[in-house]
Design a protein around this ligand. Structure first.
Ligand SMILES: *[C@@H]1O[C@H](CO)[C@@H](O)[C@H](O)[C@H]1NC(C)=O
Ligand SMILES: *[C@@H]1O[C@H](CO)[C@@H](O)[C@H](O)[C@H]1NC(C)=O
Length: 394
């Protein structure tokens, strides 16, 4: 039996489950029991494709990275590690008064893979907060010199998806629309389906308050996270839930008519067929053996590559050691490729003890020029560019 999240019903049941520790009550409130041994499949891996990496210090705390292949430009959503330990609602820290006022404007960067130059992009037309998380890019149809950049934004007054237009080669992001809707609530990842439409993941049921505390302490629950599709072409924004029952939906990406969703608590990557009306049909759940974060697509094959946590995630410890993350405090990092010709069996494409990038949340590959970009939501020196042998993605 599964309950619809009617909070007035669920809250007392959770309270009673906490009190009695009765297994059937936890089932009744749809708590997901995860065998943690499933999440450390890659923990003893040896170093792979991390020998020739350069950590970039021009940007910090880059949760996500996407590559625009024709211009060999990477786009990143970044921020301030220390300020994120005060207030970053997606990471369970909400002491808003401890965060410096000026830090509520985080930044999006571009990195030119040909010159190695990293540039903070100037935001034009965007008012209020910008607190970054997942991002996506989409070429503008009929205008090859432009891309749209989609950014999850955790503003103090609620989450939104900020859509910008960027002229390639420029240093400017011009706001097209800052999309808000009650269903954009605890956004984590975003993938564009058109210039003004997109899928997002919500990683929790509640943004703050007692329900969120319960989720963080006793979750995950199957009703906690979901996938939404939003259409923001008109004046009125429409969002609808198209997928649910994830313990902790996180990274999301699209290849043709297939949608990939990573789960950071259950260590899975779910593959959906996207229907004409953007509803989803479940094709396959791949157990990837580690908490799964952001996803990119290998452009030569359409295979998803995903940043995973090879050891059990310990967010409080990472927050406490944010200044030394990737220096004295190391968190092993891994990336997997799910080869569609092998029924999406996961294979390791990157492993590092954390001295390049610790608490790695993003990975993107350029298989033609042999680049692997890895990034971290909390590290000073927010991303790294690794040169990999040409056969790495054969
Ligand atoms: C990793 O190595 C440790 C120590 O030898 C061992 O206890 C553990 O089971 C190994 N993990 C896996 C997934 O094989
Ligand atoms: C968690 O992952 C396991 C292993 O793939 C899967 O069998 C199970 O259905 C998943 N649980 C949920 C609630 O998604």
């Amino acid at each position: 039996m599964e309950l619809k999240p009617s909070l007035s019903l669920i809250l007392p049941l959770i309270a009673f489950a906490v009190y009695s520790q009765a297994g059937y009550l936890w089932k009744l409130v749809s708590r997901v029991d995860i065998d943690k041994a499933r999440l450390v499949r890659w923990e003893n891996s040896t170093a792979l494709n991390n020998q020739d990496c350069q950590v970039i210090h021009a940007a910090d705390a880059c949760e996500d990275v996407k590559i625009h292949y024709p211009s060999q430009t990477a786009f990143l959503g970044c921020g301030n590690p220390i300020e994120r330990t005060h207030w970053y609602p997606c990471a369970g820290v909400r002491t808003v008064e401890r965060r410096a006022e000026s830090s509520f404007r985080e930044q999006l960067f571009k990195h030119d893979l040909r010159t190695g130059q990293t540039t903070a992009l100037e935001l034009v037309g965007m008012e209020g907060d910008l607190i970054t998380h997942g991002i996506d890019i989409l070429p503008v149809p009929e205008e090859p010199s432009k891309v749209h950049v989609f950014a999850v934004n955790h503003a103090r007054d609620g989450d939104s998806i900020a859509i910008f237009v960027h002229e390639l080669g420029s240093n400017v992001l011009r706001l097209v629309k800052n999309v808000k809707h009650p269903n954009i609530k605890t956004a984590n990842g975003v993938v564009a389906t058109g210039p003004l439409s997109f899928f997002i993941t919500n990683d929790h049921y509640s943004r703050k308050g007692p329900v969120r505390m319960l989720e963080e302490k006793y979750g995950p629950f199957t009703w906690s996270s979901n996938v939404q599709h939003c259409d923001a072409r008109g004046e009125e924004v429409f969002c609808k839930k198209v997928g649910g029952a994830f313990p902790n939906a996180n990274g999301i990406n699209l290849w043709q008519d297939k949608l990939f969703v990573g789960d950071s608590s259950n260590g899975t990557l779910t593959i959906f067929q996207v229907q004409e009306d953007k509803t989803l049909t479940n094709l396959k759940v791949v157990d990837v053996g580690a908490g799964a974060d952001n996803i990119n697509i290998l452009p030569t094959t359409g295979d998803p590559i995903v940043a995973v946590f090879p050891t059990l995630e310990n967010l409080p410890a990472y927050r406490d050691n944010v200044r030394t993350l990737g220096k004295e405090f190391l968190v092993p990092a891994a990336a997997l490729r799910l080869d569609h010709t092998k029924d999406y069996a996961p294979e390791l494409i990157y492993f590092d003890d954390g001295s390049v990038i610790s608490f790695m949340t993003g990975v993107a590959a350029d298989p033609v020029n042999g680049w692997l970009l890895v990034s971290s939501v909390l590290q000073y020196g927010g991303f790294a560019v690794c040169k990999v042998p040409p056969h790495a993605f054969a």
